[in-house]
Design a protein around this ligand. Structure first.
Ligand SMILES: CC(C)(COP(=O)(O)OP(=O)(O)OC[C@H]1O[C@@H](n2cnc3c(N)ncnc32)[C@H](O)[C@@H]1O)[C@@H](O)C(=O)NCCC(=O)NCCS
Ligand SMILES: Nc1ncnc2c1ncn2[C@@H]1O[C@H](COP(=O)(O)OP(=O)(O)OP(=O)(O)O)[C@@H](O)[C@H]1O
Length: 195
């Protein structure tokens, strides 16, 4: 038994998922966020953090002994094999958390799953519909560089680690155009909710 309507909210990195997620949360909808579960999987003292520290050693250990996420990002976004190693460690934990939370929320009419890698990780099977937060690739690059203070090469490496938005546009049930002003999102979200 799961919620009748499970909205998979995806996009590309920095396309605006969190911004749309905040609008949906503000309407009182329960939000399940893959990035939060992926972060918990590597929390200080967790088995995931232990496996990462064992594999990469001091290079990804911050002074307090926990994972230096920026250093780990540099490794995995620069090497597909290492990114796949990290994903096979983290994704099963993320999937398990979604399953447990969806069971908890089975009585809810609508649940939102915010998942950057929804298609890449095959998580669309958890959803009754998929919404894509869309923008131009150049906007994605600029927003990512501005938000995370990344150089262009690092930003492009992160974007290259995901399927292009052009591919996801064909697969989504709803495409939310996030090329304009952020304020325009509210109307598009209301329309998509009432579909
Ligand atoms: C590499 C890590 C440590 C970098 O951490 P950092 O705090 O810098 O970034 P954060 O976790 O907030 O992710 C920011 C964005 O990066 C993108 N991203 C994260 N992981 C991946 C990945 N494996 N492949 C492609 N894009 C990714 C997503 O768009 C995400 O929203 C972290 O992203 C991570 O553990 N990634 C592997 C787990 C994963 O695949 N998470 C995505 C859940 S769907
Ligand atoms: N319509 C918009 N116009 C301009 N900037 C925007 C717009 N929407 C979002 N942004 C900005 O772009 C950046 C990325 O947005 P956001 O964090 O919501 O993306 P995201 O898809 O959640 O990213 P991630 O995949 O990393 O979780 C943020 O700094 C946000 O303020």
């Amino acid at each position: 038994m799961v919620a009748a309507r499970r909205i998979g909210l995806t996009g590309g990195i920095a396309s605006g998922k969190s911004s749309v997620g905040r609008l949906l949360a503000a309407r009182g909808l329960p939000l399940l966020d893959a990035d939060v579960y992926a972060r918990e999987a590597l929390a200080p003292g967790s088995p995931g953090a232990g496996a990462v520290l064992e594999r990469y050693g001091a290079g990804v250990r911050s002074p307090g002994g926990e994972i230096d996420r920026a250093a780990l990002g540099q490794i995995v976004f620069g090497d597909g094999a290492e990114r796949r190693w990290l994903e096979q460690l983290v994704h099963p934990l993320v999937r398990a958390r979604f399953a447990a939370e969806l069971e908890e929320l089975a009585a809810e009419p609508v649940v939102v799953l915010v998942v950057p890698l929804l298609f890449e990780a095959g998580l669309e099977t958890l959803c009754s519909e998929v919404w894509l937060v869309d923008c131009d690739e150049t906007q994605q690059l600029q927003r990512l560089m501005a938000r995370d203070g990344l150089g262009e090469a690092d930003a492009r490496a992160r974007i290259a680690a995901q399927w292009p938005l052009a591919r996801k546009r064909q697969l989504a049930d709803v495409v939310l155009n996030n090329r304009g002003e952020p304020e325009q999102q509210a109307a598009a979200v209301e329309q998509a909710l009432s579909r």
